[in-house]
Write a protein that binds this ligand. Structure first.
Ligand code: PGA
Length: 251
């Protein structure tokens, strides 16, 4: 992957129909093709994956995969299956998955399945409450440590960490760039302690949670992150277009 900034478009359970999904993907592709400094990963509902084409500036990603390789798991979709319909990325451990019971161990299993199947994992971690006595740092440490525990150090270059404080997702305001900066430093320190400095400094960490066209620039620059994970603002080009422009203009 290039050094371009990553913009993950998490469509969640939108839009309503395949026709609308194709339309949105097409306008996203057209917009992204004019950008120089970013790559967009469109993550639609699994049922639309096969119909949405990737391009040089837009790749396709799944929003989740099973931690199992294959078998009797009704309703689940495997890493290999999403690869076979053109996905190159997968979001793993999103707080909306964790909210319905996904554990850190499940996340670890999914990360393993993704790397052995050739999918690049975007691993979401984030505290539920940003307390003032630092308890949230323990929560983050546990999440990140367990999430990566089943893969080899040599596979870590495939991983993008999405730091998404749960309280900032679907909210009115994002975390402040200063707080993002500090937390990302902390995450790099944890990874350096476990895997050594090279991994700790080079692993790609992005931010997600109420990013929009007005705050994207300062989040990326002052927060010192390699990109953003965008929910609501990616579902419509009236909001996503200006957001992409803002990110692309960062020097
Ligand atoms: P939001 O969602 O941009 O709508 O806050 C972010 C996310 O779910 O990761």
């Amino acid at each position: 992957m290039s050094k371009n900034r990553l913009v993950i478009a998490n469509w969640k359970m939108n839009p309503r129909t395949l026709i609308e999904a194709k339309d949105l993907a097409k306008s996203t592709r057209t917009y992204a093709s004019k950008m120089k400094n970013l790559d967009v990963i469109i993550c639609p509902p699994a049922v639309f994956l096969e119909s949405l084409k990737s391009s040089s500036k837009t790749k396709i990603g799944a929003q989740d995969i099973s931690k199992e390789e294959q078998g009797s798991f009704t309703g689940q979709v495997s890493a290999k299956q999403v690869v076979s319909v053109g996905a190159s990325y997968v979001i793993i451990g999103h707080s909306e998955r964790r909210a319905v019971g996904e554990t850190d161990q499940d996340v670890a299993g999914k990360v393993l399945q993704s790397v052995v199947s050739g999918l690049l994992p975007i691993v979401c971690i984030g505290e539920k409450i940003h307390d003032t006595d630092g308890e949230y740092l323990k929560e983050l440490k546990e999440q990140i440590t367990i999430a990566l525990s089943l893969i080899k150090k040599t596979e870590l270059w495939k991983v993008t960490i999405a730091y998404e404080p749960v309280w900032a997702i679907g909210a009115k305001e994002a975390m402040s760039p200063h707080d993002i900066y500090e937390t990302v430093l902390y995450l790099r320190k944890i990874l350096s302690d476990i895997y050594g400095k090279t991994v700790g400094t080079s692993i790609n960490i992005i931010y997600g949670g109420s990013v929009d066209a007005t705050n994207a620039r300062s989040i990326i620059k002052e927060g010192n992150v390699g990109g953003i994970l965008v929910g609501r603002q990616s579902w419509n080009m009236d909001t996503f277009g200006p957001l992409l422009k803002a990110v692309d203009s960062i020097i």
